[in-house]
Design a protein around this ligand. Structure first.
Ligand SMILES: [Zn+2]
Length: 304
């Protein structure tokens, strides 16, 4: 017979072991649930639009025609903490379009970090041949990720659409909306390289007929920067459309382009988009300021 005090010590030991094993089991279950949730979010398919939102890398994620070892286009898988905000922003953007427009023109969105396009740090890019948009998430603070992801989707989707439906978008007609004698720069990538990619939305640019400095780099960036602000519901740009004739004419052109692609996208459709005043520091909306900036840092370019 085991002496009484040894029996009590054994019981105590078994209790402690049981509690420890239970603790290990709970921790393992919680972390594997988190991993499952994270994995599920890394390959998310929007049930409303069918668009895939992917936060992992694939070997053939960029078009083969972009291969250029001297000016590489590469990206990294985003850190886990960036993904939820990114997915939220993408969904916010997608749900502002008719489902049929998305199903016909956009298959997938890659959320990435450290995106290089032609060797240049870039905030987003698109591949019309793959109906794919790439959003770089690591250039903003965590609070700004949904805002940044939403803006980038509108911007890159605008590029995708003018590329896929180039017959419905006349660059010549668009260029004539500017003041006589105005000349665009040498494109988005060059504007980023040379630091002429300002994202501040100020009266100075709006009066000239542009959303921001970056829009002056070429016709496609002009179209995409203004379209992005319209879909975001930017109050400043909306007011400028009523106040400045060039912005007003460009906004009309944008709406008629989208209406050509989808008859539901009338002026009324655009009027009913929710409005916001976007600040890079997530301050509450303010009507008094005449200036604000889109989420700053790296800029978005149109690819190839
Ligand atoms: Zn662009």
């Amino acid at each position: 017979m085991v002496p009484l005090h040894r029996d009590a010590a054994l019981k105590g030991f078994l209790w402690k072991l049981g509690i420890y094993l239970l603790f290990v089991a709970v921790v393992t279950t919680v972390s594997s649930q988190e991993r499952r949730r994270e994995n599920a979010l890394r390959t998310y398919v929007d049930p409303v639009t069918g668009v895939q939102i992917l936060s992992h890398l694939d070997p053939d994620m960029f078009p083969a025609s972009w291969d250029d070892p001297s000016e590489p286009t590469v990206a990294e898988e985003p850190e886990a903490k960036l993904i939820a905000g990114g997915v939220r922003g993408v969904l916010l953007a997608l749900h502002k379009y008719p489902t049929s427009l998305l199903r016909a023109n956009l298959k997938r969105v890659y959320l990435v970090q450290n995106l290089l396009v032609d060797g240049v740090e870039t905030g987003g890019v698109n591949a019309p041949e793959l109906k794919t948009i790439y959003v770089d998430l690591d250039n903003v603070t965590r609070l700004d990720e949904p805002v940044w992801a939403e803006e980038t989707i509108h911007h890159e989707f605008a590029h995708l659409l003018t590329d896929i439906h180039s017959n419905d978008f006349s660059e010549e007609t668009w260029a004539k909306l500017n003041k006589p004698g105005f000349k665009y720069g040498d494109g988005g990538t060059e504007a980023i390289r040379t630091g002429h990619d300002g994202g501040d939305i100020t009266d100075e640019y709006l009066q000239k007929g542009f959303a921001e400095e970056y829009g002056m780099s070429d016709i496609q960036e002009d179209f995409a920067t203004l379209t992005e602000r319209i879909f975001v519901g930017d109050v400043l740009v909306r007011k400028a459309a009523a106040r400045y004739p060039i912005v007003g004419r460009k906004v009309d052109r944008i709406i008629s382009f989208y209406e050509t692609l989808n008859p539901a996208m009338t002026k009324d459709y655009f009027r009913h988009l929710p409005t916001v005043t976007v600040n890079s520091d997530n301050q509450p909306p303010s009507e008094s300021g005449g200036t604000h900036t889109t989420v700053d840092a790296k800029h978005k370019v149109s690819a190839h």
